[in-house]
Design a protein around this ligand. Structure first.
Ligand SMILES: Cc1ncc(COP(=O)(O)O)c(C=O)c1O
Length: 427
């Protein structure tokens, strides 16, 4: 049927849609740019972390592994079906991009980043354990942690992401008070979801130092690494990892296709073997077709770079356009330009809790926002933040969305003012 469609009959809408999707198709073009050298550089010229801390040894990892994960045993007859060519390619890719210090590590293919998160939580967290996360973090970590009823240690962030000094004082206080110490920090270092912050190199080094000093593992979830609009080379935690304390999660969901479910974990060998045992009981291996596609994407690295650069340019244009379109909302809402990723995180002024505003007023007027609660462990706490995304909105819809936002916030502010205020004597 497609063949019979006359060219002159092709609807202009279809062409427009195709152009919208263009970045997905760029991968076939071979237009390697100079810029890709920086795109694929995730290590610092200053080198890895240098400190007084010893690398962890095989026995050390035992204290991080949850009871569940520690009780898994290899089956006599089961084997994961791996794609050796893909593993070779992934190992090389990680080596080239991150130049990790010499610690025995390996990679394992996952069904996207969320799968990696789930696997890490299962491996590292026992019921009730304390876990460090950003004060506002990706929903996917919270839903995974929920059944384990952890103690969430939410660390505030500023425009440079998680604040290491706060983390340090929280950990120091816990130590002095004899409280259970966390074994895991979950962090989205580039383009945090929801805040869009990028943690600078100096902070990464400080956080890494804290991991060594207070003895925890860093789970570095970095699906937005290729959408870093600062274009500055920032070393990954993996690239700093002299002591074998980093598990790195990669995914192509944000830059190639979420439906492909293409991700991979890079971890110290003793931890990776635990993840593999879990995988054996969970799904044996991810879809071979997806693995083959992932392999092809990585092998064609120059074409991949062209595609990634074009995706980054597209989303940067969208970010800038949304920021511009939102100027009428300035004063009603506060935000800073996200340095990476796909989200704009904003505090709404004069509204104690955005929940109703998002799910009733905004939704009824055709505007989809996410309330800040979606990024907290306890979703019942009132929150003044909303998350906007520029991943899908069309350029031509941005101004109208902004004007809806103005009226929605004004209505909500008026409603807040009308609400009877609690008296100081009331509880
Ligand atoms: C920080 C972060 N990690 C992981 C994921 C899940 O990615 P994937 O589709 O690769 O599972 C998301 C998706 O929104 C995300 O924002």
């Amino acid at each position: 049927m497609l063949v019979s469609v006359k060219f002159n009959k092709i609807n202009s809408e279809v062409i427009k849609k195709f152009l919208d999707l263009r970045p997905l198709y760029c991968v076939v073009k071979n237009n390697y740019s100079q810029k890709s050298d920086d795109l694929f550089k995730c290590y610092s010229d200053q080198g890895a972390f240098v400190g007084k801390y010893e690398p962890l040894n095989e026995q050390d990892y035992g204290r991080f592994v949850s009871k569940r994960a520690g009780s898994r045993e290899p089956a006599l007859t089961r084997q994961m079906s791996k794609l050796p060519a893909l593993l070779t390619e992934l190992r090389q890719f990680q080596e080239d991009l991150h130049r990790p210090p010499p610690v025995a590590r390996d990679v394992m293919v996952t069904n996207g980043g969320q799968h990696g998160i789930y696997q890490c939580v299962d491996m590292l967290v026992d019921p009730g354990d304390p876990v460090i996360v950003n004060e506002y973090s990706y929903t996917g970590i919270h839903v995974t942690l929920k059944p384990l009823h952890p103690e969430i240690i939410g660390i505030p962030e500023d425009t440079d992401g998680l604040i290491p000094e706060t983390l340090e004082s929280v950990l120091q206080d816990r130590l002095i008070s004899g409280l259970k110490m966390p074994k895991m920090l979950y962090i989205i270092p580039t383009g945090s979801n929801p805040s869009g912050t990028v943690v600078p190199e100096e902070r990464r080094r400080k956080i890494y130092e804290l991991a060594c000093r207070f003895d925890f593992i860093i789970v570095e979830d970095d699906p937005y690494m290729f959408l870093n609009y600062t274009e500055q080379t920032i070393p990954s935690f993996l690239s700093l990892d002299t002591c074998g304390r980093v598990i790195r999660l990669d995914s192509l969901s944000k830059v190639v296709s979420a439906g492909l479910r293409a991700g991979w974990v890079t971890a110290p060998a003793p931890l990776l073997s635990k993840l593999e045992l879990h995988m054996q009981g969970e799904l044996l291996h991810s879809c071979s077709l997806s693995q083959a596609i992932l392999h092809r994407l990585l092998v064609e690295r120059e074409a991949l770079a062209t595609h990634l650069l074009s995706a980054r340019a597209l989303y940067r244009r969208r970010r800038d356009a949304l920021h511009e379109a939102l100027q009428p909302v300035n004063g009603l809402m506060e935000w800073s330009l996200p340095n990476a990723g796909l989200f704009l995180w904003a505090r709404v002024r004069g509204v104690e809790d955005v929940y109703k505003m998002v799910f009733e007023t905004a939704f009824n007027r055709g505007l989809m926002l996410l309330p800040g609660q979606a990024f907290t462990y306890d979703t019942s706490t009132p929150c003044q933040y909303v998350r906007l995304t520029f991943s899908k909105i069309r350029f031509e819809d941005m101004n109208i969305a902004a004007s809806h936002l103005v009226s929605i916030i004004k209505d909500e502010q008026a409603r807040t003012l009308q609400k009877p205020q609690r008296l100081a004597t009331e509880h």
